[in-house]
Design a protein around this ligand. Structure first.
Ligand SMILES: C[S@@+](CC[C@H](N)C(=O)[O-])C[C@H]1O[C@@H](n2cnc3c(N)ncnc32)[C@H](O)[C@@H]1O
Ligand SMILES: [Zn+2]
Length: 286
């Protein structure tokens, strides 16, 4: 044994009962400085506080995309969206006990959900180690796991009372397996007007116009729609915020920093951008 003992009241310790072994799906327990399953599979939590439960190397957001996301979210431009997500997910009548946020990113949304649900614990899942590192620092009640949302999730059956996915992968079959029958799924997707001014001026990748229909098609048989809350507003961004917004998203891979710098310098400052998203709520299909 090398590392420090994992405390039961640490963030990972407190969500361990919700997690499962990625190799055999058995439960996990603390064994000194390691985490193990009854079948001898062992996992070593990273120094930065997250637990890697992936079976192979994954391609999540790069360290540069994650640091751009931190920079952009610090501008508060997505605060209205975050508030709408929290309002849609948590009410005084139904406070979740266990929240699982898929594609947790920097932990920006999960930490707000946990603040609004003071007795809940949260599991943040992301394919990116850079994101997991950030998210592990986001909230004392958030345990963060590196795992692939397209594979079987390392989460026990019916363990989650609230599952969220904000601009992140959706795996309806797995979401249905991990959510309690009376749980709630909240998915945030961009509409085809999201960041329209930037898409036009910087030739960014466009949101698929069929996204809403594809979301509904994918959920069929696993979740039934409750409602969709449109969240639309504009934000005035300075050039640094525009650069961060591009660098944190899928277009980052398609534009060099020089080309981005030039294109952004040619924009008015501040530059007004439309935020247009749908907060969609789903109940588990019986
Ligand atoms: C657009 S970002 C959204 C992050 C966060 N929800 C937010 O809105 O700030 C998508 C996130 O999903 C993660 N991701 C991408 N593919 C994934 C996969 N197959 N499994 C788990 N996470 C994945 C990325 O690393 C990234 O952090
Ligand atoms: Zn195992």
């Amino acid at each position: 044994m090398t590392g420090r003992e994992i405390r039961a009241d640490s963030a990972i310790g407190s969500v361990l009962s919700l997690l499962t072994c990625p190799h055999c799906s058995a439960g996990l327990a603390v064994d000194g400085a390691e985490i193990c399953c009854p079948n001898g599979h062992r996992f070593d939590p990273a120094r930065q506080g997250y637990l890697n439960l992936s079976r192979r190397a994954l391609n999540g957001d790069s360290a540069d995309m994650v640091s751009a996301r931190v920079d952009f979210l610090e501008t508060d431009s997505y605060d209205p969206l975050r508030s709408a997500l929290v309002d849609a997910s948590i009410s005084s009548a139904s406070s979740p006990a266990a929240i699982v946020d898929i594609g947790v990113g920097t932990g920006y949304y999960l930490s707000a959900l946990l603040d609004a649900a003071p007795t809940a614990v949260g599991v943040g899942i992301d394919a990116s180690k850079a994101a997991a590192r950030r998210a592990a620092r986001a909230h004392p009640r958030a345990g963060v796991v590196v795992a692939d949302a397209w594979q079987r999730l390392p989460v026990a059956d019916a363990a989650a009372s609230l599952v969220t996915s904000v601009f992140s992968p959706r795996n309806p079959a797995e979401f249905r397996r991990i959510i309690a029958d009376d749980g709630l799924l909240v998915v945030v997707i961009p509409t085809d007007r999201h960041l329209a001014e930037l898409v036009e001026r910087l030739a960014l990748l466009q949101v698929d116009r069929e996204k809403t229909r594809r979301l509904a098609d994918g959920m069929a048989g696993y979740f039934d729609p409750i409602d969709t809350i449109p969240v639309d507003y504009t934000v005035a961004l300075d050039h640094a915020a525009v650069r961060a917004l591009v660098r944190m998203g899928p277009s980052a891979r398609h534009i060099t920093p020089d080309r981005l710098g030039e294109a952004v310098a040619a924009l008015p400052e501040p530059f007004e951008v439309t935020v247009s998203t749908s907060v969609t709520r789903w109940r588990p299909h019986p």
